[in-house]
Design a protein around this ligand. Sequence first.
Ligand code: APR
Length: 340
Amino acid sequence: MKAAVLRKGSPTLEVLDVPTPAPGPGQALVEIAACGMCHTDLHYLDHGVSTFKAPPIILGHEPAGTVAALSPDVTNVSEGDRVLIPAVLSCGRCSYCRAGRENLCDHLAMLGNHIDGAYAEYVVVPANELVPVPDDLSLEQVSVVADAVSTPYHAVTKRAKVRPGETVAVVGCGGVGLNVVQCAAVAGASVIAVDINDDRLTIARELGASETLNPTTTDRPDKALRKLTDGGVDVAFEVIGKPDTIGLAFNALRRGGRVCVIGFSHEPVELAASKIMFYELEVIGSLGCGGGEYPEIIRLIEEGRLKLDPIVSGTIPLEQINDGFDKLRAGQGIRWVVTP
Ligand code: APR
């Protein structure tokens, strides 16, 4: 099969012929229809972040496709089923999984990080992780759910627990942040979208933001956010992964507020401990999404409450995957989808 492989230290992926994997006990071979391209891959390509599995590794963690072959012991899916593959796979047996926190699993495996991913014609995964996709949803569109929508859904509903009527700031409105905007709006919050890119702020309004702020237009975006909300927001999400924007989100909070960090940064961040104590602020992290949350997300998409049209910018053939990463680097489009 063809696959886009990361070699050690390379800033590009190499499209190679590699052996097609075969499903072992409990596993399914899925023919990939589409795999969303995520900023996380740029951490490996550009920012020196290591994958857990040492290269060579096939990247790609936002896939959807069709079941092509099954181990004989699998009963939950059949060949030909249309499925979404969660970005993060869990064991189902450890104490975290049993407590319903599968995304913190002791044996957590992320596609394209701990194990080979889905910028490839096929991938093998545990069959019990597969999420059925209704016939009326396109696999190309649904692929981005596996991280770009599921991570925001988990952050908004399970981690920050956004309630109707709350004010929410979303700092960073790229492929992930725009979905934080729409998930928070669906949860009944009043949302302020914050980004340095005005085109993204326009899409944020389409997805439910009632206010927007471009930090380049003001010296003190934190103050501007506090002014817009009469003292600060109830919840601020950081969806970029930079110490200064984590600081901006933190400084936009009202008393009793909570900041939820979704963006990944390996740099230390300074937050005023006095404010955490004196204002009873909460600092919350959010990682991926548990497998059990996907059916609800698919239902919200089917009902038209979560929208994928404004998120998916177009498709890229596997052979041109490096052009897709150039588009990501240049901030062109929102979510590009590789179609092997
Ligand atoms: N202030 C405001 N917005 C900014 C700033 C800034 N200083 N710097 C960048 N941005 C905006 C960009 O304009 C872009 O819209 O942040 C957004 C980042 O979006 P993407 O590049 O599409 O990244 P995305 O895939 O959404 O991932 C964001 O979430 O899951 C993590 O690892 C991922 O850390 C990454 C983050």
